[in-house]
Design a protein around this ligand. Sequence first.
Ligand code: BGC
Length: 333
Amino acid sequence: MSRLSIIAYSVCGLFFSVSLAFSLFYGYKVITHDLPKEKKTVETYNYHFVLVPEELDNEYWKLVEKGAKDAAKKYGVFLEYTGPKQANIDDHVKTIEMSAASKVDGIMTQGLSDEQFTPLINRIVASGIPVVTVDTDAANSRRLTYIGTDNYYSGYLAGKALIADTFGEINVAIITGSFYANHMQQRVKGFENAVKSEKRINIITVQESEISRVKAAEKANQILQEHPEVNAFFGTSALDGIEIAHVVTKFHKQHQIYIIGFDTLPETLNFIREGTITATVVQEPYQMGYEAVKMMVDHIQGKKVPPIVHTETRILRKADLPVSTQSGKAEGN
Ligand code: BGC
């Protein structure tokens, strides 16, 4: 072999060895790249519950979900949060039925109406799955317990707040989430009874927003055009007051029209801060979710659970700020 061939062979050999080393090194890295350091432990749960809200992405229901999730974590529960994208009774009922069919350990939902929800809840309970009503009760059903606001009383408080905050003749328009739902009917009834004996207060109209921002705004617009005498609004569900405030501001009437809303969502608190909404009815959605899970666990573990747990409700005005947007207790959480 010539000297030249020896050099050529040596260079090729060296090149081959270096390439092989690189291939082995990076090949190993690629193969092992996504492997976890240790084998992942499979999470185990004691129970599987489902929470079916009226509307999945509604900020109010996200607070109920948050409470339920926190309790689920604490008690080893696998919590599913599923329901209509936009408030819709048929979808709501279907989701409950599907949850029952998949044999979960407990269902938490609203008791929206006696006609539709009472027989549904009774069927599910008879099949061995406990049901807790949250936010809205189907009081005549066989649900395990109701956790939520005393809805009649909360409406009554709103009526008394209107009396306390105003003077002279007041013509009120009510925008309610739904004519169909138990809790909305009770809030309106409580309000009507609270102002009944006050001669200077007249209820001009009651309209329905169908838990929709767009509808609430449409109704507020229509009311202001058809009833120029209206100088007060009561919005009975979380988004109604916010949309009434938007419309009233658009008409530049924020200094002439009194607004009382429901719930303490950030937008509502902002309107209270700037004075467009005078008062709102506080609910405790986080606590509703948390306690619902806890009571379901208690029941499954053989502990006694009270048939009704009313969460706190009260009136909040600008002077009461700051408050929490999560639980109504301390702002900024
Ligand atoms: C009610 C809920 C309702 C929500 C709608 C709340 O005031 O308690 O039942 O789904 O408003 O935005």
